[in-house]
Design a protein around this ligand. Structure first.
Ligand code: FPP
Length: 275
């Protein structure tokens, strides 16, 4: 398989070994979702402006995307701009938009070379035309790639996503095409913006905040949580490996009992225990 060079740095032998150890020590999550937080505080600690934190945050995006692709993660969803972020000072919002456009310009070709498919979820039509055009071009350029899907959540919120799904389903009912009795969680999932993507296995939040902040509310029902004190601009691959190691040590029961307990209890006994 060809070498990945998103960071334009040669992968060290030590990093290759670390990745091999991780791959051999358990399951690599199929889908990782990340709440990238702490750019502003990181910048403040350095005596710098918030935008500097966002700029260095883009280096973390690159490093994490590259290492996820190398590890065999298939979906990486990044909370890049929430619906609530529109309420930030206009200078910061404009700065973030510019950064998005310049990053896409710089990185689209690299994503393509590395077989990474770019996608988005959220209300893209709220973004300036320049962002929309840049995003559409990068999405079109990378649409046939298969190694990893990098999904940017932009002007996204979990409540918005669920509300839109409910509107679509209600329309089917109103038009007499759907019996409300047939509505189930599979159907709701199929009407969300993430319909084609499996639910995240692991959600990471940086900067030590213990909340979901209106991210993938429906999709996170059984995701494993990893929260670190590290601010996003300092979150690089070694800490990603730490998060995956933590994930590999979890006992994912999905509301049932663990397989080993199940075996102990005998296969004839029914499973009915809350996780
Ligand atoms: C949270 O830190 C971060 C954001 C709201 C924006 C994240 C954006 C980037 C990393 C750069 C652009 C992304 C791409 C994909 C090109 P914060 O500002 O809330 O930090 P604070 O909580 O310390 O104030």
């Amino acid at each position: 398989m060809k070498e990945l060079t998103i960071t334009k740095q040669i992968q060290t032998e030590e990093d290759k070994q670390n990745q091999e150890i991780l791959k051999n020590s358990g399951e690599i999550p199929l889908h990782i979702a990340i709440i990238m937080d702490g750019n502003g505080r990181w910048a403040k600690n350095k005596g710098s402006i918030r935008l500097h934190g966002h700029k260095v945050g883009v280096d973390s995006v690159r490093d994490i995307t590259e290492s996820c692709a190398q590890l065999g993660v298939k979906y990486l969803t990044l909370y890049a701009f929430s619906t609530e972020n529109w309420g930030r000072p206009s200078t910061e919002v404009r700065g973030l938009m510019k950064l998005l456009v310049s990053s896409l310009r710089k990185e689209a070709e690299n994503l393509n070379k590395n077989d990474i498919r770019l996608s988005t979820i959220g209300q893209l039509d709220r973004f300036p035309q320049s962002c929309q055009t840049e995003l559409k071009e990068a999405i079109e350029l990378t649409k046939d790639n298969n190694r990893l899907e990098l999904c940017l959540a932009l002007s996204y919120s979990g409540r918005w996503d669920i509300t839109e799904a409910v509107k679509k389903i209600a329309t089917h009912v109103k038009e007499g095409r759907l019996d409300p009795e047939l509505i189930n969680d599979q159907m709701i999932g199929d009407h969300l913006s993430t319909a084609d993507v499996p639910d995240p296995d692991l959600i990471i939040r940086t900067s030590g905040e213990y909340r979901i902040s209106n991210f993938l509310l429906w999709q996170l029902a059984y995701s494993e949580l990893y929260i670190t004190e590290t601010y996003w601009p300092d979150f690089r691959r070694d800490e990603l490996y730490e998060a995956i190691r933590s994930y590999q040590g979890r006992d994912r029961r999905f509301g049932k009992i663990s397989i080993s307990e199940d075996e102990k209890a005998g296969s004839s006994r029914l499973v009915n225990k809350k996780s």
